[in-house]
Design a protein around this ligand. Structure first.
Ligand SMILES: C[S@@+](CC[C@H](N)C(=O)[O-])C[C@H]1O[C@@H](n2cnc3c(N)ncnc32)[C@H](O)[C@@H]1O
Length: 202
């Protein structure tokens, strides 16, 4: 058995929201990989995070999982696409999580959260804007907050030196620059080869 599959199978937990996960797969909604999800949920548990901010709701799949990771967790999640946001709201209500998840319809590049101190930030929106999201939202974090960025390998693009498409090359370079900037920063970082790559920043 292939090692990656072996580890993935070990990491993958019983699906708590099978209908939403199925919908995502069938409709090509890009939701977090199951093995990466397991890792992020464990970080939430270890950290004892209570107030999570997520950039990129899609249909609410990861937000529902994060809110289920431990007692007393509240998730605020931002999505700019109205149809996805509405579907997320429906999924959150149907799962009985409306008191645990606040879904905001807005462009995360522009939104002003006014107040709120978050002890956990999950960045999972437009990958070329990771640096912008990081700079903007670190202002809303507690001093000991944990930040996790998903898809830092951009589905293999990150190590491809022969990308022909100009936009893809630009995206690759932006994510490379962000990853390197985080590595060179004052923060403690780890780059995890799980799912499509997770960057953990403390
Ligand atoms: C990878 S999906 C999120 C998946 C979700 N976190 C999950 O795992 O279930 C990325 C989402 O970010 C949204 N998005 C992209 N740019 C955004 C922005 N500037 N502000 C808010 N949402 C954005 C997209 O519309 C898309 O639904």
């Amino acid at each position: 058995m292939e090692l990656i599959k072996y580890v993935r199978d070990l990491n993958t937990m019983e699906e708590l929201f099978p209908a939403i996960h199925r919908y995502a797969l069938e409709n090509r909604v890009p939701v977090i990989d199951s093995d990466a999800l397991n890792v992020v949920k464990q970080y939430i548990q270890i950290k004892g995070a209570k107030n999570i901010l997520e950039i990129g709701t899609a249909i609410g799949y990861s937000a529902l999982h994060f809110a289920s990771a431990a007692d007393g967790v509240h998730v605020t999640t931002i999505e700019k696409d109205e149809a996805s946001h509405n579907l997320a709201k429906d999924n959150i209500n149907a799962a009985g999580f409306s008191n645990k998840i606040t879904a905001i319809l807005a462009d995360a590049k522009e939104v002003d959260l006014k107040d709120g101190r978050f002890d956990f930030l999950f960045i999972d929106a437009s990958k070329g804007n990771n640096q912008l999201f990081f700079d903007k939202y670190k202002e809303y974090l507690t001093d000991d907050a944990l930040i996790i960025v998903d898809n830092i390998f951009v589905r293999g693009l990150i190590t491809d030196d022969n990308v022909e498409n100009r936009n893809k090359r630009k995206l690759r370079d932006k994510v490379r620059n962000f990853n390197q900037a985080m590595k060179d920063s004052e923060y403690s970082t780890s780059f995890l080869n799980v799912g499509d790559g997770l960057l953990v920043i403390y």
